[in-house]
Design a protein around this ligand. Structure first.
Ligand SMILES: Nc1ncnc2c1ncn2[C@@H]1O[C@H](COP(=O)(O)OP(=O)(O)OP(=O)(O)O)[C@@H](O)[C@H]1O
Ligand SMILES: [Mg+2]
Length: 266
């Protein structure tokens, strides 16, 4: 299978179901990495354009994003926006529904589109790219998986979320495994509430299935919703919260998994 066209480590946050916390995880991994001193480019590949609510310092400016640049309405340099804690944010931007259909057709016909776009940016050495994706199969997910070195599957500790994992596995098998530059498919279990028996049972099953590839657990924490309501990331909103601590652990493990390639993707 073809090598990715980008030389920066790319982490794609993915999941089959909506509302499981993909954007929250993408945003908070980005800010935690940035606060640890790593240059980060966070890319919103979801037409909901929601990553800006967590990361943007000027959310209105993020109405202009990759969709407008892909249409040639603005230059690519104009859609890189400053984000929290030094993260550089490439938002999806607002998009007209007819243009969205045309863009999706273009992406389906140009499988290397995202790799080529990212390859154009002159970003500092060692920049980590974090991709937020929409739920389930889509051209955006295909684009993300084609260049991902690490995938982070986000699941809730419930039966419905658990049941969608084979679908994600099939997508990762199809687009990632077999590529020399693919490192690992990892899992974050989000919104864990240990007082719920089902949460504990599903978490135990996930630990057994994923082993070392379980990147971590993020607890159900009001600080997460409150941070979003305050247009902030969890670390910026409540640095001593359980969720901020959880994201620190996930980020440390992510860096360990990326370590052999930080000097350059093979
Ligand atoms: N650990 C958590 N504790 C409490 N609330 C959370 C947690 N993680 C996510 N949430 C809340 O769950 C909601 C959905 O999260 P988010 O938007 O990140 O999901 P998503 O998977 O990106 O959704 P979509 O599929 O629509 O893109 C948000 O209101 C978010 O604040
Ligand atoms: Mg989302």
């Amino acid at each position: 299978m073809a090598q990715a066209l980008v030389t920066m480590p790319v982490v794609a946050v993915i999941g089959a179901k909506g509302g499981v916390g993909k954007t929250t995880v993408a945003a908070n991994l980005s800010t935690t990495l940035a606060q640890a001193g790593h240059p980060v480019l966070a890319v919103d590949l979801d037409p909901q354009n929601a990553l800006r609510f967590h990361l943007a310092t000027d959310r209105q400016a993020c109405e202009v994003g990759l969709a407008a640049a892909a249409a040639g309405e603005v230059g690519w340099a104009e859609v890189l926006h400053p984000g929290r804690h030094g993260v550089v944010l490439l938002p999806f931007g607002n998009v007209d529904d007819d243009y969205q259909v045309a863009l999706e057709r273009h992406l389906a016909e140009h499988p290397d589109w995202l790799g080529e776009v990212l390859g154009r940016f002159l970003l500092p050495n060692g920049t980590l790219v974090v991709l937020d994706t929409p739920p389930g199969p889509s051209v955006y997910l295909q684009q993300a998986l084609r260049i991902a070195n690490v995938t982070v599957v986000t699941v809730l500790p419930d039966a419905g979320s658990f049941a969608t994992l084979p679908l994600v596995e099939r997508m990762v098998d199809k687009y990632c495994r077999g590529r020399d530059d693919f490192i690992a498919n990892l899992c974050v279990v989000n919104q864990v509430d240990a007082s719920h028996r089902l949460n504990r049972d599903v978490l135990a099953a996930l630990r057994a299935d994923w082993g070392d590839d379980l990147l971590g657990v993020v607890h159900e924490d009001q600080a997460v919703c409150e941070a979003l309501a305050s247009a902030s990331d969890v670390r910026g909103y409540e640095p001593l919260s359980q969720a901020a601590d959880d994201f620190t652990r996930c980020t440390q493990r992510l860096l360990e998994r990326l370590a052999p390639t930080r000097e350059g993707i093979p």
